[in-house]
Design a binder for this molecule. Structure first.
Ligand SMILES: [Zn+2]
Ligand SMILES: [Zn+2]
Length: 175
């Protein structure tokens, strides 16, 4: 099956399910890139929260996008100006955004499933995040399951909108 987006001939190997607070569900069968756009569009279609000073001025921390070591680098540094990660050489970046501790929201939970002889077969990461488009907190859960070749990302926006992306782990990479 082809990606549902007009003029896209990539394979539809990602399913993005959006459930709004009223329970209205929209399902898109799309390619890797359009799974990303579907997520952004679903997020931008939601309202911003009423102004709360607690929500602004989140703390950002830059990490290597591959090995996730913390880097002394501005999150606004242009991509072309990045120095390779001193550990793994990657120029991919992950910007971790956390809120003030007073909100009590900046926790993250990691769990790994290991099997003797196979190492880690699945990982679950659940963390508090910050949605720049809405200037609001969000919860993000990711399952990376090597045994079942499954990738699931579930984002819960501040208004309880759920955006779930599901794909084969082997398909969850740029085409
Ligand atoms: Zn597409
Ligand atoms: Zn690295």
């Amino acid at each position: 099956m082809n990606c549902q987006r007009a003029a896209c001939s990539e394979e539809a190997n990602h399913t993005v399910t959006v459930v709004d607070p009223a329970g209205v569900t929209a399902v898109s069968e799309v390619c890797f890139d359009h799974a990303r756009s579907a997520k952004v569009e679903a997020t931008r279609s939601r309202p911003r929260p009423p102004h709360r000073p607690d929500f602004i001025d989140p703390v950002t921390a830059v990490e290597c996008g591959d090995c996730r070591i913390p880097l002394e680098e501005s999150s606004s540094l242009p991509t072309g100006d990045r120095q390779p990660c001193p550990v793994c050489g990657s120029v991919a970046r992950h910007v971790a955004v956390t809120l003030h501790d007073t909100l009590g929201l900046s926790e993250s939970i990691n769990a790994s499933v290991r099997r003797p002889g196979h190492g880690t077969i699945a990982k679950v990461r659940s963390e508090d995040s910050f949605t720049q488009d809405l200037q609001a907190p969000a919860r993000v859960e990711r399952l990376i399951d090597h045994e079942h070749d499954l990738y699931v990302e579930k984002i819960v926006l501040w208004d309880d909108t759920i955006i779930e992306t599901r794909a084969k782990l082997t398909d969850h990479q740029p085409g």
